[in-house]
Write a protein that binds this ligand. Structure first.
Ligand SMILES: Nc1nc2c(ncn2[C@@H]2O[C@H](COP(=O)(O)OP(=O)(O)OP(=O)(O)O)[C@@H](O)[C@H]2O)c(=O)[nH]1
Length: 607
């Protein structure tokens, strides 16, 4: 029992996501600021890329809530907030089959509501199965809002006019509506009945601090509830993820990591995921930031002997320049496990780096995390991926795209997320007409590609449509024979549909009688004549008026069976009423000779 009690629980890792300018950084600063102001012993400690808010600080900040709502007794040692907000960081907080972050705050500007990156953030949270709370931020911007700095929002709400609260609730309803569309049931936090099924929306102001106590209390509560049963203890060799690979003056290449499990010590052997192969090295130093008050010291970092989860730490070791952000890092405790762990790291990295023979787009990204997120996004939109790799766009990538383009024009492209295009790759792409899409926002990159794809499809549809012979019905006007043959030139009235130069003609019997060479309207050459028009046409082929065709006779455009089928299916909407009507007459004539005319192959066997 006593041994059990000595096992240390680890802090849940919390990430902040949301649309640009909705207040992520301000919120993180506020949380740090508020908690610093709480002046508790053992107040927040700075990690590399993260800040730890210990439970006694959370308790102090949430103290005023005790009289308002039932709060949970904190068993957790605190919350570790990832300092850099945004999905790019979040996507690198990856581990096999999920996220390193245990919880997330989705920041939504209450005045603006859901924006493109909000949807993207929810999509990523859904993909990685991370529970989250919505911070409906900037309540202080609601017209008429009376600010109550650092107060619980429940208290601040009581001090507002009913119309202000009504406005706020309306905005919250809109957020609830958007979440519902994405498959999430949600409500204002104080109206929630079931926290395990509903997502809490907390109105806050990152600027004034209103609502921050509730946000922290709910996070802690959610962490305990969700992590119950899988409450994590700190034990065994460390597992972590690479957040960033950095050259550090005086230290050489280092990696900033988040350790989500176990313990790492100076001198430990580690395996880190690299682009080509796993890196096996020994920890030379573990660095954490110097405490704020000692920042006057010349050094920014302080070396420590060991670090335990959850923590953000900079690792100094030889050979780390080939590490890749988003890749796993494992401490090897026993020599005999080394090969097994190397194999596992290799497999985990390869799962993200796709290389298949299928026809699909080429994807390049700056890190393993963004690459994985991008590929998942593309898959969810049914866009196949032929190759996904970390690094700049190279000549080889362009060559891959050229190979794809030969078979499937629309997928012979490169999607490059936050990476450079090497000059020789650019040159080849320009020469071969390979399109390279570049962006540093995932949804924007995909949106640009989809827009291009739609345009291409529309263009191809137009081209196919242009090639089809349209239904047309004409009558040779008596007394308007201008030339009897070679070529025959006659005046006609278009009774239905459309005629164009090049269209073959047939008689009511189905017999072919040459094709239209030219159309003239009042002496001018035209490219089309429609129902109601009277024009002169010349007819190519061995057609003689009085022998093959006669004054007053009705002729139709001679539509091939495959065209008739397309007119009735894919291009049905492209025909006007009178064209459709004319098509029916043509079908009737044609079916006398060919009962399967205009039908899909085998369709005639349908009962
Ligand atoms: N009035 C008001 N302004 C806020 C609040 N929170 C943030 N802001 C302002 O909104 C702007 C954007 O805030 P940031 O915290 O930089 O937003 P962000 O989401 O981190 O933005 P990016 O890092 O660019 O994605 C800044 O001018 C903030 O001062 C708030 O609660 N009330």
């Amino acid at each position: 029992m006593s041994e059990e009690r000595q096992r240390r629980l680890r802090q849940p890792i919390v990430a902040v996501l949301g649309h640009v300018d909705h207040g992520k950084t301000t919120l993180l600063d506020k949380i740090r600021g508020t908690t610093v102001a709480a002046k508790e012993p053992g107040q927040i400690t700075q990690h590399v890329g993260a800040s730890l808010v210990p439970s006694n600080v959370i308790e102090k900040v949430t103290e005023p809530l005790k009289k308002l709502i039932p709060t949970v007794k904190l068993e957790l040692p605190g919350l570790l907030f990832i300092d850099t907000p945004g999905h790019e960081i979040f996507t690198n907080l990856r581990k096999r089959g999920g996220a390193v972050a245990d919880l997330a705050i989705l920041v939504v500007d209450i005045m603006e509501g859901f924006q493109p990156q909000t949807y993207e953030a929810v999509e990523i949270l859904k993909q990685r199965k991370v529970p989250f709370i919505v911070a409906a931020n900037k309540v202080d911007r609601i017209p008429g809002w009376r600010p109550n700095p650092d107060q619980p929002i429940l208290i601040s709400m009581r001090k507002q006019d009913p119309s202000v609260i009504e406005f706020m609730d309306n905005q919250i309803y809109k957020i609830m509506g958007e979440l519902a569309k994405m498959g999430f049931d949600s409500d204002r936090f104080d109206r929630i009945k079931n926290y395990t099924r509903q997502i809490a929306i907390v109105p806050i102001s990152a600027k004034t601090g209103e609502g921050v106590p509730e946000l922290l209390a709910l996070l802690a509560g959610l962490a305990q509830r969700f992590m119950k049963g899988k409450l994590k203890y700190v034990e065994g060799p460390a597992k972590g993820v690479v957040m960033e690979v950095k050259e550090e003056p005086g230290y050489g290449s280092t990696i900033d990591t988040i350790i989500y499990d176990g313990i790492i010590k100076q001198g430990d052997t580690i395996v880190v995921g690299g682009i080509e192969e796993p890196i096996v090295t020994k920890v030379r130093a573990l660095l954490i930031p110097e405490p704020l008050q000692e920042i006057r010291a010349t050094k920014r970092f302080r070396a420590v002997d060991e670090v335990s989860a959850a923590a953000g730490v900079k690792i100094v070791a030889p050979g780390l320049d080939k590490a890749v952000a988003g890749a796993p890092i494992y401490v090897v405790e026993r020599e005999e496990d080394l090969e097994k762990i190397k194999e596992q790291v290799k497999k985990e990295v390869e799962e993200v780096l796709i290389e298949t023979d299928a026809e699909g787009v080429i994807v390049k990204a700056d890190t393993l995390g963004t690459l994985e997120a991008l590929v998942q996004f593309l898959r969810s939109r049914n866009i196949p991926v032929r190759m996904a790799r970390v690094g700049p766009v190279t000549k080889r990538d362009v060559m891959e795209a050229i190979a794809v383009k030969r078979h499937k024009k629309e997928y012979g492209v490169i999607l490059a997320f936050n990476v450079k295009v090497l000059p020789e790759a650019k040159e080849l792409a320009e020469k071969e007409g390979i399109k390279i899409f570049q962006h540093n926002v995932i949804y924007k990159l995909i949106e640009d590609f989809e827009e291009w794809l739609n345009k291409l499809k529309e263009e191809e549809r137009r081209k196919e449509l242009e090639k089809l012979i349209r239904p047309g019905k004409i009558r040779i006007l008596p007394g308007f024979v201008f030339r009897r043959s070679d070529p025959a030139i006659v005046g006609v009235e278009v009774l239905g549909g459309t005629i164009k130069p090049g269209y073959p003609l047939m008689k009511e019997s189905g017999e072919r009688v040459g094709s239209i060479l030219q159309i003239q309207d009042k002496g001018k050459t035209v490219h089309v004549a429609r129902a109601g028009q009277q024009v002169a046409i010349s007819i190519k082929g061995r057609v003689m008026v009085g022998r093959h065709i006669h004054e007053g006779e009705i002729l139709y455009t001679d539509i091939p069976s495959s065209h008739a089928r397309l007119w009735q299916t894919k291009f049905r909407k492209e025909l006007s009423d009178d064209e459709w009507h004319t098509l029916q007459e043509i079908i009737k004539i044609k079916r006398k000779q060919d009962p399967l005319y205009g039908l899909a192959i085998g369709a005639s066997t349908n009962k």
